[in-house]
Design a protein around this ligand. Structure first.
Ligand SMILES: C[S@@+](CC[C@H](N)C(=O)[O-])C[C@H]1O[C@@H](n2cnc3c(N)ncnc32)[C@H](O)[C@@H]1O
Length: 450
């Protein structure tokens, strides 16, 4: 299904778009950067102190525990602190690069909602919404299709660990029209209403999101979840952990734990061929919860991230100030990430849902009609600067050397979505085949499209 919208509010190119050559090498850097301020330095020292006292008390900690402390510690976590999105920061992801990205995902959502028989209650759920740009672009698509969704009870649900980012999202989505929960035991810690009257709620965990027909989106979310690292040795799999460097008390280092750990005994597949493996059990648990919800209540999930299909080994890294950063250096001042293992996510989904993909971002966006949407925007856009910005964004999102190949899309669907309805025995009428899943069906050869 294709729908194209009128150019209305093109995102201002306020975010610095790096030169293509630079981006090819450092696709992740478009994401987060913040300047090193005195506040950051003192926060860095306190994160380091916290980690070293923990290690002194209990011994080396897993990489998963390290990531969790550094990224999501309620006081000092990288995602929790507000200066990550400072005025000078150049945090940029696909939804931040171009409005087209969110618009096409909006069309994907409408398409899946229609294929499910236009359920009356429709929850749009996003994990890790960053600044809220993706959901803003999606809601603009929804409001332009107002007639179609008019009698639908639509609500927006955001799963966000960062109180500061939730404020940014609330400002962008609801203006002043949101309030924090009075009681901290309430499932939603913030609630608001968009300008068009849609209710928006914020949660810390998927368990808190109401059940019901939902379309779940996760863009650059799974890569931020904690991973365990393992190394194959002559004596079997061993876990890589984080310890204090014995030569420098204020430095951390990786160590290989000599005895098996619970994680090394339970998280590795028996037929694993690689010598170094990263596993994200938290991601696996979220996928299982999504699977159960989609199987029971209907809906779909669309997961987009950079990653591989069970082939890569050592991808844990940090990024700071647009540069690769030693992930153990100055913890709390840099983003930590690991490539998403899509084969693991599919395995965790099991047979409860149908999985499509992963396919590359380039294929997905072309299948969704990004080239045609670009042409419409270019035709409606009079000024050369904005046209150049649109073309740059298109190139960044789709070029194989930039984000086109590294980023992948995986869909989890209720099984009914792909099954043919049973033939009517009385009339003998052949039922229509299920609608193709937008973005995952080939619309034609890719040659010459980039
Ligand atoms: C790299 S940002 C991506 C933001 C956005 N999706 C985008 O693409 O622009 C990761 C997002 O996930 C959130 N996040 C990280 N870990 C989380 C967790 N365990 N639970 C909920 N949100 C989390 C962060 O606060 C942030 O909003």
């Amino acid at each position: 299904m294709r729908m194209f919208l009128k150019l209305n509010s093109l995102r201002k190119p306020s975010v610095h778009v790096k030169a293509p050559g630079v981006l090819a090498l450092r696709w992740r850097l478009q994401r987060c950067c913040f300047c090193s301020s005195p506040q950051n330095e003192s926060s860095n020292i306190s994160v380091l102190r916290h980690l070293t006292s923990k290690i002194k008390a209990t011994g080396p900690i897993s990489v998963a525990e390290y990531m969790k402390e550094v990224l999501a510690n309620p006081v000092s976590g990288y995602y929790v602190r507000n200066d990550m999105l400072g005025a000078d920061g150049d945090f940029i992801t696909s939804p931040e690069i171009s409005q087209i990205f969110g618009e096409l995902l909006g069309i994907w959502c409408v398409s899946e909602w229609m294929a499910a028989g236009k359920p009356k209650h429709f929850q749009l759920v996003e994990f890790g919404p960053g600044r809220g740009s993706l959901v803003t672009d999606i809601l603009r698509v929804f409001s332009q299709l107002g007639a179609l969704l008019q009698s639908t009870n639509l609500s927006v649900h955001l799963v966000e660990v960062s109180p500061r980012l939730s404020q940014v999202q609330a400002q962008n989505l609801t203006g002043e029209d949101s309030q924090s929960a009075r009681d901290e035991n309430e499932p939603a810690y913030r609630r608001g209403t968009t300008a068009t009257g849609l209710p928006v709620s914020w949660y810390r965990r998927i368990e808190d999101v109401p059940v019901g027909f939902s379309l779940y989106l996760a863009h650059e979310f799974f890569d931020a979840l904690p991973i365990h690292k393992f190394q194959r040795t002559e004596r079997g799999w061993r876990e890589v952990m984080v310890d204090i460097d014995p030569d420098m008390a204020d430095r951390l280092r990786f160590v290989l734990i000599p005895a098996p750990t619970l994680a090394s005994s339970t998280l590795i597949q028996a037929d694993e061929q690689r010598t170094h493996v990263e596993v994200c059990p938290e991601g696996g648990v979220i996928i299982q919860k999504l699977t159960n919800r989609i199987a029971e209540y209907g809906g779909a999930a669309l997961i987009a991230d950079y990653g591989h299909d069970g082939t890569k080994t050592d991808t844990f890294r940090g990024f700071r100030g647009h540069k690769l950063h030693d992930p153990l250096e100055a913890p709390g001042t840099a983003d930590l990430t690991a490539d998403v293992d899509f084969s693991y996510l599919r395995r965790m989904a099991g047979t409860g849902v149908a999985c499509l993909g992963p396919i590359t971002q380039r294929h997905f966006l072309h299948n969704m009609g990004i080239s045609i949407r670009l042409q419409v925007l270019l035709q409606n856009c009079p000024n050369a600067f904005t046209q150049r910005h649109l073309l740059q964004g298109f190139d960044m999102l789709t070029s194989p050397k930039k984000m086109g190949e590294r980023f992948k899309f995986l869909a989890l669907l209720n099984h009914q979505r792909l099954s043919s309805p049973v033939a009517d025995t009385k009339s003998g009428k052949k039922p229509p085949a299920p609608l193709p899943v937008a973005g995952f069906s080939e619309l034609g050869p890719l040659q010459g499209r980039n």
